[in-house]
Design a protein around this ligand. Structure first.
Ligand code: KIV
Length: 263
């Protein structure tokens, strides 16, 4: 049966963790979907992993639309979430028109990076039938404002503010919250504070779902990896095996471990 926003809400209600991964093409979309990955994210991380840029900023709406249509062709019932690239939702008309393009390409939900300034945009999208995931914490489109890729929400004030932002965006209509690189206790607080399912990356084991960049969890390319990444291919020996091992580890909450977690 196809995964919908209701499936993710049911997972949260039952306390069962769900798995998400980035996907950019039809072949991987099929493998991931058949291995039980609930959410396929066409992330603007493709600017780094596919295009070789040093940030996500050069990614265009056309890039994401193209990869969404590829993923939609290979999908076997997972929920397709598409990133809105840098500066494609800075004004309300842009947000509405560009989200429509992504939905037409095959997305079931769009993801936006930001804080409470996105309230009106999220309400407008939601009221017009576009499910939204609000990405908080380390939002890579803000790398130049953050001065690098840094853990967010470390101080008490920053943490309280993030809880407030998550609650206010859910009240505005966000269906899912995604938390990137935040201390685990803060992610747990936000997961308990909001009704919407919360997906974490570098946010500890207690969020409702987990996501990783596909290439990271396959160890491609070899070399230095972020603290929150585990190479599942190293232990599994095959790509479908690695994906299944990831899904199982997320579902039984053995991933992420302490060694992948910011305190
Ligand atoms: O672009 C992306 O792949 C993402 C994930 C890192 C969550 O936003």
């Amino acid at each position: 049966m196809a995964i919908t926003i209701n499936t993710l809400r049911d997972y949260k209600a039952r306390g069962e963790a769900f798995a998400a991964l980035t996907a950019y093409d039809a072949a991987f979309a099929q493998v991931l979907s058949e291995a039980g990955v609930d959410v396929l994210l066409i992330g603007d991380s493709l600017g780094m992993v596919l295009q070789g840029n040093d940030s996500t900023l050069p990614v265009t709406l056309e890039d994401i639309c193209y990869h969404v249509s590829c993923v939609a062709a290979g999908n076997r019932g997972s929920l397709i979430m598409a990133d809105m690239p840098f500066m494609t939702y800075g004004t309300l008309p842009d947000a509405l028109n560009n989200a429509a393009e992504l939905m037409r390409a095959g997305a079931h939900m769009v993801k936006l990076e930001g804080t409470d300034w996105m309230r009106d945009t999220i309400s407008a999208l939601s009221e017009r039938g576009v499910p939204v995931c609000a990405h908080l914490g380390l939002t890579p489109q803000f790398v130049n404002k953050f001065g690098g890729y840094k853990v967010q929400g470390r101080g008490e004030e920053q943490a309280d503010q993030m809880v407030e932002h998550a609650s206010s965006l859910v009240a505005a209509g966000a269906d899912v919250i995604l938390l990137e690189c935040v201390p685990a206790p803060l992610a747990t607080r936000i997961t308990k504070a909001v009704d919407a399912p919360v997906i974490g990356i570098g946010a500890g084991k207690d969020t409702d779902g987990q996501v990783l960049v596909l290439h990271d969890m396959l160890g491609i390319p070899e070399g230095r990896k972020a603290k929150f990444v585990k190479n599942f291919l190293a232990e599994s020996g095959s790509i479908p095996g690695a994906i299944k091992a990831y899904v199982e580890a997320v579902r039984n909450r053995t991933f992420p471990g302490e060694e992948h977690t910011f305190k």
